[in-house]
Design a protein around this ligand. Structure first.
Ligand SMILES: C[S@@+](CC[C@H](N)C(=O)[O-])C[C@H]1O[C@@H](n2cnc3c(N)ncnc32)[C@H](O)[C@@H]1O
Length: 256
């Protein structure tokens, strides 16, 4: 049912013969066998602090934006195919150095979605930081797949003149992922499926391969499997690999 190569054993050749494969270790040590259609990832935020979630899992977020950008560039050297799309979820700390790094490397920045999350108290030391950037890159202006029907829809306020009752969201997506949401697994910086599923659906076809090198609790994996895509994920934390494996297996058994 599932291709689960969960292990820490360098160097690792990432195969995804069946539904999914999860690798425990540094993402730079995983070698692709096949180029993914989509690299969808949410790397550490370069906050310099340990990230924790409601007494659940923790991970050290000690690398600088420059170091994380370097890693993503190295990942792109190995994993980017002619029709791959890279989507990176990050905040202002990583967004600007990463765009500079990857455009110099030769990728094309194709667009940006802003996720306004609303949750949590706004910081008082500076302007509030209540949104993430979702940056998308391809090899050229013409490469990469995009299905506009994947754009989430929002209720149309003025329903006059026979327009349909809803319309596609713009480039700012407002969505609160509450602490008590049923998807929550107490993993720091866990991303909601409502954010990830449209990205998976827009940039891949069924059975295509999705890769998340900084997988955390496996939300990208769940979004991929739920939509009939295959998934390779990696995390340097064993607990993340365990949580992700359990979530994806549960998703597969629900879908049967
Ligand atoms: C922001 S979290 C991802 C959260 C995830 N999107 C979710 O929904 O749970 C970033 C993850 O990157 C992992 N990480 C950091 N450095 C890594 C590396 N070099 N290789 C693989 N994983 C790494 C951390 O352990 C952490 O789980």
């Amino acid at each position: 049912m599932c291709g689960n190569n969960y292990r820490k054993n360098y160097p690792m050749a990432a195969k995804c013969i069946e539904n999914f494969s999860i690798y425990y270790g540094d993402c730079l040590d995983v070698e692709p066998v096949k180029k993914p259609k989509l690299i969808l990832t949410d790397p550490p935020y370069a906050t310099g602090k340990v990230q924790s979630r409601l007494g659940g899992e923790r991970y050290a977020d000690k690398e600088t934006a420059e170091q994380i950008s370097d890693k993503i560039e190295t990942l792109c050297e190995k994993w980017f195919g002619v029709d791959t799309t890279l989507a990176v979820i990050c905040d202002y700390r990583l967004a600007y150095p990463l765009v500079a790094k990857l455009t110099k490397f030769g990728l094309v920045l194709r667009g940006e979605i802003i996720w306004q999350f609303g949750l949590g108290a706004a910081r008082k030391s500076w302007w509030p930081n209540k949104h993430n950037h979702i940056l998308t890159f391809t090899e050229t202006e013409a490469s990469g797949q995009f299905d506009p029907s994947a754009i989430p829809r929002t209720k149309r306020i003025a329903e006059s003149k026979g327009y349909p009752p809803d319309k596609p969201l713009g480039s700012v997506w407002e969505y609160t992922f509450s602490n008590t949401h049923s998807e929550r697994v107490k993993y720091p910086n866990q991303k909601p499926l409502a954010l990830l599923e449209p990205i998976v659906k827009a940039h891949t076809f069924e059975s295509d391969l999705v890769f998340d090198p900084f997988m955390g609790s496996g939300s990208t994996g769940v979004a991929s499997i739920r939509n009939g895509r295959r998934f390779i994920g990696c995390d340097i934390k064993k607990e993340a690999c365990e949580i992700a494996t359990e979530r994806i297996k549960k998703e597969l058994s629900n879908g049967v």
